[in-house]
Design a binder for this molecule. Sequence first.
Ligand code: UDP
Ligand code: MG
Length: 337
Amino acid sequence: MQTDKTSVIYRTRRAASRPDLPLISIVVPAYNEAEVLDHFITDTQAALEPLGCPYEYVFIDDGSGDRTADLIAQRLEAGLPGRLIGLSRNFGKEAALSAGLAHARGDVAVIIDADLQDPPGLIPQMLEGWRSGYDVVYGVRVDRSSDTLMKRSTAGLFYRIFNRLAHIDMPANAGDFRLIDRVVIEALLQLPERNRFMKGLFAWVGFPSMALPYERPERRAGIGKWNYWKLWNFAIDGFTGFTTLPLRIWFYGGALVAMLAFAYALFLTIRVLVFGVDLPGYASMMVGLLFFSGVQLLSIGMIGEYVSRLFSETKQRPVYLIQDVIEGSVPASSSSA
Ligand code: UDP
Ligand code: MG
């Protein structure tokens, strides 16, 4: 299953210029993940060691309230290569990823959840895809049966509407789990917006991309941090960050309704002129009144969404703040270091 539309020539040229043993940055956002961290590191090490490539971890402690940061610091001290970026509070996964990418030094970065829902066992296959010339190798969930029917159908609807409206191809059922080349890291870091809807940004930057199907397991331990309200807001972030079509819909809707209203007014006037004064009409008045106030409230709300995005973008606040960076050991040297 490949959704890539790139000419082979680009990929061949890329493949030829790839270093044999790239430095791999494992970018891990972690928010209260103390329970799974050990499992995560064990499994990831098992996937990385056989590759023979130098690697480093970039953990982002997204304002955890448990022992996440302590555990990571201990592992770094004990010789795990990489660093821990401690954010000053919980900024959310999207911001944490931006922080992680900014501190990754690798030729490639693997973005992976700490809860083992993104199987580290896929990293070697991702690297193979990269070696064959793809700049992005992203995981696609083949089967969402671990999700509820409600979550599956709302997710499906979201992807359909988003891709229609935003004119960018965001692959359905792909998460943040992916391997990206240095050029893609740099491209993402160049994007100045504060609304970091990562899936949208990944799709927006483009580059030759390959899909890698996998089955997403249940979270190994700890609890998920998403609920429907958060997901709904996440979806609104996605839409308003990537399309202004909803604003235009109200322009056309408004024009259509105004035209109908004008025709109706004309009809009423003529009726009064021909048949004389006509008092009954409470129902039609109420219907008109309610309908138009509804349309107006909706469109004001829609505009409000965009105005609020403008507001948060113009404040120019940083996406995240760092309170501490803890450096572990450096990765074993390689051809590319
Ligand atoms: N995460 C984070 N900040 C947050 C929420 C989550 O860094 O505010 C991290 C979390 O530690 C995990 C990843 O993002 O590594 C995915 O989170 P979760 O498992 O809750 O989401 P889901 O798997 O349901 O998408
Ligand atoms: Mg999870």
